[in-house]
Design a binder for this molecule. Structure first.
Ligand code: 4AD
Ligand code: MG
Length: 432
């Protein structure tokens, strides 16, 4: 019996007879010759069924097989420079496991609404497959980078008693009679964890009841959040730029074929090398006023068009730092001598992809933090444990959160974040 191999390893079996377990991507009928695209999750290969080379029953199966039927295909591996993958399979045997009837996603164009309703099947398409593989590499390279740089993975809870990032986007749930919320960020727990571990990260699903429909917002997304004790805003930016350049360079190294499948212009990605430019909020406002937004007032948060204008001035991601305190989260450390701005920074991706990282230096003063909790109308009881951290060995500390879906959208050059996560959750969308 021929060994079962994966298509990604097929190059090691040239001249041998092997068996593939897979699904039919497409088939071209030329009578006594059938050209069958077989995919197995690791790749796609053209299998050629030639009537003369196979038992008659097997050839008949090859001839009636439909798109997305599951199959077992046996044949000998041949190098073929004309094939996009470099190899072809000359079939000697072929069997259908299950014959698919009327697969809804045909090679013709479908609308995004239709494809989203069939997300469970759409994931089989080459483009979606490429995006999710790149996502997996991005996640792996982040974990590797952090693990290699002294960060300990410390998981943070998903069910929480209080808000981390403002009360307007909380998903409330009933926790045995008391309200609880799905986590918006693991940051507050990270701040406790660094006092035990020095440098930590959490990496998990995050929830925001975003009522807006945009290309950048999901209600459930994945965020990696590194946090460091004895670290300033500038230390966070140093770490983030190294991590982000490593992610991008790793994808370039490992995913040339997938980047081609998603039609990504990689010249942009090649420029993503640390250090990244850093621009103060004040200078960013001046830049906007000189570039199409003459009336942009100091003190307002940036929207997508503003972020695009700022990032268009640079060929790589840019940090904007020292934002106005009043529109940032309650825990931000004020800038010394200028409390109207805080030690926060966002990283804006190039090509108009906008904010992919938010972070900053956390407040160390117990008194000021108590005051901020009050000003933000947060229930103090829920934050007693967080205030404890300022009582027992408080230190300057900083951290950030990188959104996986926005990062994948940027690296793959996608219009919308909905294609960057296997099953997107958005306003009015929870199926499948
Ligand atoms: O800027 P945000 O809200 O920062 C925090 O949550 C901090 N507590 C992180 C930290 O310092 N530990 O979110 C961080 C990132 C954003 O830059 C963005 O990439 C992503 O999370 N993000 C979203 N991605 C998709 N859909 C949404 N609704 C998102 N909200 C934030
Ligand atoms: Mg933010």
């Amino acid at each position: 019996m021929a060994p079962v191999v994966r298509i990604s390893d097929i190059g090691q079996h040239v001249g041998q007879t092997v068996t593939l377990h897979g699904w039919i991507y497409n088939r071209t009928d030329k009578g006594r010759l059938q050209f069958i695209q077989v995919r197995d999750g690791s790749g796609t290969i053209q299998a050629v069924a030639f009537k003369k080379n196979m038992p008659e029953a097997a050839f008949d199966e090859a001839r009636r097989v439909t798109q997305e039927s599951s199959v077992v295909a046996t044949g000998s591996v041949r190098e073929d420079p004309r094939s996009p993958t470099g190899y072809e399979l000359d079939l000697s045997d072929f069997a259908i496991v299950q014959l698919a009837q009327d697969y809804p996603i045909t090679p013709k164009e479908h609308g995004v609404g239709f494809l989203m309703e069939h997300r469970h099947l759409w994931l089989r398409s080459a483009r979606q497959h490429a995006i999710i593989r790149i996502r997996a590499t991005i996640i792996r390279s982040i974990r590797n980078w952090l693990d290699d740089h002294g960060f300990t993975l410390v998981d943070t809870p998903i069910l929480t008693p209080s808000a981390a990032e403002g009360t307007t986007t909380l998903f409330e749930t009933d926790y045995f009679g008391t309200p609880a919320y799905l986590t918006q960020s693991g940051q507050l727990y990270n701040e406790a964890n660094i006092m035990a571990f020095g440098k930590v990260y959490c990496f998990g699903p995050t929830f925001r009841a975003e009522k807006s429909k945009t290309r950048r917002h999901l209600t459930e997304f994945w965020m990696v959040e590194p946090e460091m004790a004895f670290a300033t805003l500038e230390d966070y930016m140093d770490v983030a730029q190294d991590m982000v350049s490593t992610i991008v360079q790793t994808v370039l190294e490992k995913h040339q074929a997938d980047l081609k499948t998603v039609e990504r212009d990689t010249t942009w990605l090649e420029k993503v090398v640390a250090p990244f430019p850093r621009l103060s909020y004040d200078d960013a406002v001046a830049l906007l006023q000189q570039n199409g937004f003459p009336d942009f007032p100091w003190g307002e948060d940036f929207g997508a068009p503003h972020e695009t204008t700022i990032s268009n001035q640079y060929d790589r991601p840019v940090f904007v730092y020292h934002y106005p305190t009043h529109f940032k989260a309650f825990y931000m450390e004020p800038v010394e001598g200028r409390p109207e701005v805080c030690r926060s920074a966002d990283l804006l991706a190039p090509e108009g992809y906008g904010e992919i990282i938010g972070g900053g230096q956390r407040m160390t003063s117990l008194e000021l933090l108590e005051q901020r909790i009050q000003e933000h109308k947060l229930p103090r009881e829920a934050y007693e444990w967080y205030l404890d951290l300022r009582k027992y060995g408080s230190v300057p500390h900083s951290g950030f959160g990188l959104g996986i879906e926005r990062t994948v959208a940027w690296v793959c050059g996608l219009e919308h974040v909905r294609e960057t996560i296997p099953y997107p959750r958005m306003l009015e969308k929870i199926y499948p």
